[in-house]
Write a protein that binds this ligand. Structure first.
Ligand SMILES: Nc1ncnc2c1ncn2[C@@H]1O[C@H](COP(=O)(O)OP(=O)(O)OP(=O)(O)O)[C@@H](O)[C@H]1O
Ligand SMILES: [Mg+2]
Length: 352
């Protein structure tokens, strides 16, 4: 639904250049909620502003719903009109709502429809329908100053939906809101995503937002996407920074010469007594250092950090057993990234 290839943005800045985006390849599938997370200055806002061409990319392409927007940008009047039309099908929600204080709630929602040349009666009908959809039917005649932050953001969302967009872009839509209001706005975005089949690309610096509503996520650093995938793919990727932050488990080894591993349980595996089977099969004592169950992307997932006696090389077989049970196993201490073959070779060496 949204694809960028080699997206690059360089800002001129007091004689030198700032590379805000450095070759970003992003792929957001139709109907998903996709979160981009990263620290301040990572390039998140630049990315979202380039996706709807509010900002002209320095290089690379942006395709939304099959249309190459970069090809339309700055190519004569006809292409300009097509670009405006394409952009009207991309809704945008902002951190600070960007409502006009002199206009009523309803008139704020009607604004994009006025720009599209929709007639007065139709505008009014559509605005009231959208306000109803976001739960603000009774506030149509109020002014923004009379609303709470959460209500203002609901107006912002209703306005973003005025052009019947297929895609909604959100730049830190909940960053100015308290935790409870944040939850209700995220729930609204999730509902809209489901009810309208709306594809949502959201930018955030809060991992909780990703955890609550995202199907997929990407981690941005210094203008690049360093990790991306569906949330379950990420959780299944050894060493994934996003996975570790989405689902942290703590706990330190109780002493030297022990193997600490993180075991992730998805779905069915969560109900199998694998840890006691492991203990019985290999006659080893297992200590649980940390554990958590949580719902990520609507699925129940468990994570456990356990400790086995002996170094990693002595535990290759039990670790293999856990993997055979369909569990995702990551070695925390020691050679976390030693490929299975090398580990097997190490064991053979030890046996000689
Ligand atoms: N208009 C601009 N002119 C010059 N430099 C800019 C401009 N906009 C952004 N930058 C720079 O580009 C880099 C990325 O900025 P961007 O706003 O995309 O980051 P961000 O990830 O959204 O950060 P935040 O979480 O603080 O909103 C930063 O170094 C920033 O200073
Ligand atoms: Mg930003």
């Amino acid at each position: 639904m949204i694809t960028t290839t080699g997206l690059t943005k360089v800002y001129p800045s007091r004689g030198r250049e700032v590379t805000a985006l450095d070759g970003v390849d992003l792929h957001v599938r139709e109907g998903e909620v996709y979160g981009v997370i990263g620290q301040s200055g990572a390039g998140k806002s630049s990315l979202i502003r380039c996706v709807n061409l509010l900002e002209r990319p320095t290089a690379g392409t942006v395709t939304v719903d099959g249309q190459d927007l970069t090809a339309l940008a700055g190519r004569g009047r006809r292409a300009g009109k097509e670009l405006r039309q394409a952009r009207s099908r991309i809704g945008m929600v902002f951190q600070h709502f960007n409502l006009l204080s002199s206009r009523t709630v309803q008139d704020n929602v009607e604004l994009p429809l006025e720009i599209l040349g929709v007639s007065g009666q139709e505008r009014s009908r559509k605005a009231l329908e959208l306000l109803d959809l976001v739960g603000l039917a009774d506030k149509a005649r109020a002014y923004p100053a009379q609303l709470s932050g959460g209500q203002k953001q609901r107006v912002g969302i209703a306005r973003a939906l005025a052009g019947d967009p297929k895609v909604l872009l959100s730049d830190e839509a909940t960053s100015a809101l308290d935790p409870e209001t944040t939850r209700s706005i995220l729930q609204l975005l999730r509902d809209l995503n489901r009810q309208l089949g709306l594809t949502v690309l959201l930018i955030t610096h809060e991992m909780d937002v990703v955890k609550t509503i995202c199907d997929s996520a990407a981690l941005m650093k210094k203008g690049r996407i360093v990790e991306s995938g569906t949330v379950s793919e990420l959780l299944a990727t050894p060493g994934s920074e996003l996975a570790q932050e989405l689902f942290p488990v703590g706990g330190q080894a109780s002493g030297p010469g022990r193997t600490v591993i993180d075991v992730t349980f998805h779905g069915e595996a969560a109900t199998q007594p694998v840890i006691s089977q492991l203990s019985r099969t290999y006659n080893i004592d297992i200590s649980i250092l940390g554990a958590a169950m949580d719902t990520v992307a609507g699925k129940q997932i468990g994570r456990m950090r356990i400790e086995l006696p002996g170094r990693y090389e002595e535990n290759v077989v039990p670790v293999g057993f856990l993997r055979e049970q369909g569990l995702q196993v990551e070695v925390v201490d020691g050679p976390a990234n030693v490929p299975a073959q090398t580990a097997a070779a190490l064991v053979k060496e030890g046996a000689k």
